[in-house]
Design a protein around this ligand. Structure first.
Ligand code: GLY
Length: 288
């Protein structure tokens, strides 16, 4: 096994497989771990078939897209994030620029867009015809959907990085911001311990500082699997019923995933395996 294979990448959902593969290619071609996270997530942001992230994502209740994303570097213990960013295909790339070029962590709305345009990003209409049709269908049936791409990467030097990107809950209120741009909720990394990332109902993830909670559980000696399960159990103990899911990866390359209500697929890519697995899920408390 070459040095280039001594890394592990874990991402949420089936589309995580494509993102992992791309991220691994970036590393093998000599790119940095942050390049790998950014470019791996860019592939999903640019895919019109993924209707919950970037271009082709589902719009808010007024019919336009507002995107959230964040990126975090373990060795630097720094992060960058954007909230409610409009008309930019790659919010994760804007988040990285915020981390690297400013003293801030999170830029929102118009300020985030102005920053992106000043830094060479181009405006683009993010709403595809397919997404518009699906939005109309969901509007009629009063359905909401959300599937964030979250990625955690352990490199060959045993440094940890994470990123996430989403168009958020479909038909959300304009200005609504979810967990994916909130450090400690949608993602968190501690370079001595590992990282975690979330998908699902952002409001609930934020209320439990979900990703931070998982990393702190791992600090106390739990495996990534147990650390994810504990946050789900805490949520259930408070009567939560909305769907949420978490992935985690520690410094040893061990990983885990858990969710509330139903399972979700997550993708692993390492020198040892390249596969999609299902999270362990816990049933809601039905009689509250
Ligand atoms: N987890 C994505 C969101 O709630 O916006």
């Amino acid at each position: 096994m070459g040095k280039e294979d001594l890394f592990s990448i874990i991402s949420t959902w089936d589309f995580g497989k494509k993102a992992n593969k791309f991220a691994a290619e970036v590393l093998r071609e000599g790119g940095s771990p942050l390049d790998a996270i950014e470019k791996g997530i860019n592939v999903i942001e640019e895919d019109p078939e993924v209707m919950s992230v970037g271009y082709g994502g589902l719009p808010n209740e007024e019919g336009y897209l507002q995107l959230d994303a964040a990126i975090m570097s373990g060795p630097l213990h720094k992060a960058g994030a954007v909230a409610a960013l409009e008309e930019i295909v790659n919010p994760i790339s804007v988040a990285r620029k915020i981390m690297e070029k400013t003293k801030h962590v999170l830029l929102a709305g118009e300020g985030a867009l102005e920053f992106a345009l000043r830094n060479g990003f181009q405006k683009r209409n993010l709403l595809t015809d397919k997404a518009k049709r699906e939005w109309l269908k969901q509007k009629e049936k009063k359905i909401e959907t959300h599937d964030t791409i979250g990625m955690i990467l352990l490199d060959s030097e045993k440094n940890v990085y994470a990123g996430c990107s989403t168009s958020g809950i479909s038909r959300k209120m304009p200005g609504r911001v979810g967990d994916s741009c909130i450090i400690g909720a949608g993602l968190y990394v501690d370079n001595e311990i590992g990282g975690a990332a979330a998908t699902g109902m952002g409001e609930k993830i934020m209320m439990f500082c979900g990703s931070f909670f998982i990393v702190e559980n791992m600090r106390r000696g739990m495996s990534p699997q147990k650390a994810c399960e504990e946050v789900i159990k805490r949520m259930i103990s408070k009567g939560e019923k909305e769907w949420v899911g978490f992935i985690a990866l520690n410094k040893q390359g061990e990983y885990g995933a858990a969710s509330l209500g139903k399972e979700f697929p997550y993708a692993i890519f390492s020198g040892k395996e390249e596969t999609v697995k299902k999270s362990r899920f816990f049933k809601r408390r039905e009689n509250d």
